[in-house]
Design a protein around this ligand. Sequence first.
Ligand SMILES: [Zn+2]
Ligand SMILES: [Zn+2]
Length: 266
Amino acid sequence: MRLPADYHTHTPLCRHATGEPVELAAQAVLLGLPELGFSDHNPMPRDDFDDWRMKASQLDLYIEKVEEARRAFPALPIKIGLEVDYLPGHEDWIRELANRYPWDYLIGSVHYISAGWAIDNPTQLSEWKNRDPFEVWTAYFERLTMAAESKLFDIIGHADLCKKFCFYPKQDCTPLYARFLEAAQRNGVAMELNTAGLRKDCKEIYPSAVLVRMAREAGVPITFGSDAHAPAEVGLNLIEAMALARGAGFDQCLRFTKRQRAIVAF
Ligand SMILES: [Zn+2]
Ligand SMILES: [Zn+2]
């Protein structure tokens, strides 16, 4: 079965990934991926914001390393993007980043739901224990909806990242999903199917089958990503992600070139 493009991969510049872009590209060629996209964690206005992203001064080096991979594997289409943290108030910074380079796409992700708390950070797991899961999921999806509304992004990353550590609410979350998807549809933003969830406690692709089905019904397009933080993770479980998408009725996904979309069958 032909794999889809892998649009979510990281490099060592983010300080928690291994394998240079050339090594990830070699793996993509080995797997026969039709296209590989890099989307490393964006720099922040202040380099001391946290310790899991490139510094602002490293943006050029990031681009250079991806271009080096392009030169090494000219037959593999390689796209350059960023995974950008959406935080209310950072819109101008994100616009500035968007203008720094002719990116192929920007993935908007929510990791922080309040000042200083990234809900997926294992070193901050204790924060979950002080909070009601439904409140966290509500705050998370509110920010995700704002990210979709912002028109800053082409794709929304790992749309139910809040399930990572299995703090599931008892309440029905489908109204939260519906608001997010309505915003995504209205603003023409795609949603990614991200297989990293299979490698976490939740043992499930981001987002869940319910959300993928609702996205199909809402007319929200999709992309695929492994969220690779090492060469061996490139393309990982994308077959399962395709099966999830097909089960929800999808047979097309998006590719991006300089932020212009193309629809491709998978
Ligand atoms: Zn990461
Ligand atoms: Zn992420």
